[in-house]
Design a protein around this ligand. Structure first.
Ligand code: SF4
Length: 446
């Protein structure tokens, strides 16, 4: 089989039934909760250990790839090698399906699974492991992966799991900077994650969301006790950037913890933001197509695009409904930072003067998100991305002069797996500026 035939035959939408699904870990909480939701639907999903195989990822790439591509490649190779060692003669590569989503547009993310395919084909024993994929282009449609009777149902339960993951992360970021004893907030998060995964696995398929959210409320309520109320509010840092790098703490060398160790409280953009953005963007695209079909008086296209618009509109409305419901219930017990609407971020782009969603990529979200943080009085902004990431570099070029004029401290944090010797000094200076910003802000509001 040639490389092109292999790409066609072994990368695509394959049924998840009777396979062990290997899921890469991005944000720890979200990956495990979505994995648990998959298991509740009968999928044998396993979140792979991450970052242990980085050397393998680097060994089979040239160094010109995006860093997440190397990390995720390392994760799957490491996992399959361990499985081979564990099972010996009984190892069957065809029993596994490797899950790697993709997107279109200028981001090379759409190419990761192709490169991973080529590497896996070149290795002894892994060429029979197929790569199953979903794409942002069709709003992550699950056609081909699951039966039509459960697709919408699964998608919605997975979204709930994902928002719960965001909420647990926000619980950690809200409590860890003020914890009574070093390490208790992280320890509590691990226990909370395990409780919530159990809930999703048991009740996700049955859509017992009230039961799941009641447990979440109890979990968050107890987290209040981790906080030492005598610690004054710390400078608030907003994080934006490329979704993998800002969510995968090994790849960003635990940047949130580093900022906290220098006196900050950090809020990272959520993972739900990206899913909401995909629905929002596809809805806008369909709307443009409806207008075009109307002008052309093409009734057949008009019907198709209108149906597509309605589908994305309904999905987005459902997502916001669940997101609001979850945050409302949790914020009764602990004031975690709320998530925003995508249209709010788009408004920050000043009628496309700063950037346009029509260009695509995460740059629009990062620029809009950073300006939204500023509007809410944040004391500093960090933009996190893989070294050489094009959308994040555009974002940096646009944000730097604006934030400079607004006197809001800003830094770029680019990662490629190496260690910057001066990172600590950069963070220290940034946090000093953020502390001054906070003092000015408080004195002005006093
Ligand atoms: S560097 Fe940025 S734009 Fe390029 S593939 Fe990676 S995430 Fe996408």
């Amino acid at each position: 089989m040639t490389a092109f035939e292999s790409l066609k035959a072994k990368v695509g939408k394959f049924s998840l039934a009777n396979k062990k699904l290997l899921v890469p870990e991005m944000g720890r909480t979200v990956s495990h909760l979505v994995g648990a939701t998959m298991r509740s639907f009968g999928v044998d999903a396993q979140v792979m250990e991450t970052y242990k195989g980085l050397q393998l990822g680097k060994q089979y790439t040239s160094g010109k790839e995006c860093f997440p591509c190397q990390v995720t490649l390392g994760d799957v190779l490491y996992h399959l090698e361990r499985e081979k060692e564990r099972l010996g003669e009984a190892f069957r590569a065809e029993n596994y399906l490797y899950f790697m989503a993709e997107s279109g547009g200028p981001c090379r993310f759409g190419m990761y699974n192709k490169l991973h395919r080529i590497v896996m084909d070149s290795m002894d024993g892994f060429s029979k492991t197929r790569i199953t994929s979903i794409t942002a282009e069709d709003s992550y449609s699950l056609g081909g992966l699951m039966g039509p009777e459960v697709r919408t149902h699964f998608r919605r339960s997975a979204y709930v799991g994902l928002v719960i993951g965001d909420v647990l992360d926000r619980m950690l970021w809200r409590t860890r900077p003020y914890e009574q004893e070093a390490g208790i907030a992280e320890g509590y998060l691990e226990k909370a994650l395990s409780v919530m995964c159990q809930e999703m696995e048991t009740h996700g398929r049955k859509k017992r969301f009230h039961r799941i959210l009641s447990t979440l409320e109890q979990v968050v309520k107890k987290a209040r006790n981790l906080i030492d109320p005598s610690i004054p509010p710390k400078p608030l840092i907003g994080m934006v950037g490329e979704i993998y790098l800002r969510s995968h703490r090994q790849s960003n060398q635990d940047l949130i913890k580093l900022l906290e160790s220098h006196g900050g409280e950090v809020v990272n953009a959520s993972i739900a933001e990206w899913i909401n953005y995909v629905s929002y963007e596809n809805m806008l695209k369909a709307k443009r197509e409806v207008v075009f079909a109307l002008k052309e008086r093409d009734l057949k296209s008009l019907r198709r695009h209108f149906r597509n618009w309605l589908k994305n509109r309904t999905e987005l409305a459902y997502q916001y409904f669940r997101m609001d419901q979850i945050y409302r219930r949790v914020r009764k017990h602990l004031p975690i930072h709320e998530d925003h609407r995508i249209s709010t971020l788009e408004r920050q782009l000043d009628n496309d003067r700063l950037f346009s969603f029509k260009i695509g990529t995460e740059a629009g979200l990062s620029i809009g998100g950073a300006l939204e943080y500023c509007l809410h009085g944040y004391d500093g902004i960090v933009n996190v991305f893989p070294f050489t990431c094009m959308p994040s570099t555009m974002c940096s070029a646009i944000l730097k002069p604006i934030l400079d004029r607004m006197n809001v401290p800003y830094i770029d944090a680019a990662y490629d797996g190496t260690y910057q010797p001066n990172l600590e000094a950069i963070i220290r200076t940034f946090m000093y500026q953020a502390t001054q910003h906070q003092q000015n802000r408080l004195s002005q509001s006093a």
